[in-house]
Design a protein. Structure first.
Ligand code: CA
Length: 225
């Protein structure tokens, strides 16, 4: 799961980032409206934490643009002002939730989890496919009711595939999602091949009824066996 944090207060930004990284999310940051708008137009995020009072404008402008793109539903506004107007405008523009500063980091984590659950799992914590159950909350994989150990990146790769199981996943999309936005500056994406090779082996050994199939020259697709 990849999250964009838009916040110009450095201390708060650092606290939020540290906390989200502890929860094993891939975290990207922007401290101005311009940077946030650039990132949101280029990359995909599962959740965006959006401060309203930014040095070069209002976070609500970005929300407006996201709404036009149909991407506003995974935004949580974090605002310093307990302003009813901002809150109403934000929710009207399609934001999922609204937190007033100062808030407890645990509260933020809970709200992020709720957004991700709603967005990706229709309210559940786990994705099931054949005999494979992936619990996104506790980060556990069970195949045939037996636990299978995955490393952090293998888990992220598999969850991305399971959430996009009907789609062809390009190498770039997978890399950006699991390794972060800057991966598009990497010289090559060979490491993905090795991660997937290991993951495939683990799935096969466990007797999983799913397989990650390579689509030559493009990427991968998750198929049911
Ligand atoms: Ca601010």
């Amino acid at each position: 799961m990849k999250i964009l944090v838009v916040e110009d207060e450095r201390d708060l930004m650092e606290a939020i980032v540290a906390s989200l990284q502890r929860e094993q999310y891939v975290v990207e940051t922007a401290s101005t409206l311009t940077a946030a708008t650039d990132k949101a137009s280029i990359y995909e995020y599962d959740c965006i934490l959006l401060d309203i009072g930014l040095p070069d404008g209002s976070g609500l402008q970005l929300l407006q643009e996201l709404k036009q793109l149909g991407k506003a539903e995974n935004v949580i506004i974090i605002s310093a002002k307990d302003s009813l107007d901002d809150k109403l405008t934000g929710l009207e523009l399609g934001a999922d939730d609204y937190l007033t500063k100062p808030f407890h980091i645990a509260e933020l984590n809970a709200r992020v989890k709720a957004v991700l659950r709603r967005k990706t799992l229709n309210g559940k914590n786990a994705i099931e496919l054949g005999n494979v159950v992936l619990d996104l909350n506790d980060r556990l994989l069970n195949v045939n009711q037996q636990p299978v150990t995955l490393n952090r990146k293998e888990f992220d790769v598999l969850s991305y595939f399971m959430l996009n199981r009907k789609r062809l996943v390009t190498k770039t999309a997978l890399a950006e999602h699991v390794w972060g936005d800057n991966i598009d500056q990497a010289d090559n994406l060979d490491f993905i091949y090795y991660q997937i090779k290991n993951l495939r082996k683990k799935l096969q050994t466990a007797g999983a009824e799913i397989e990650i199939e390579a689509v030559y020259g493009i990427g991968y697709k998750l198929i049911e066996l």
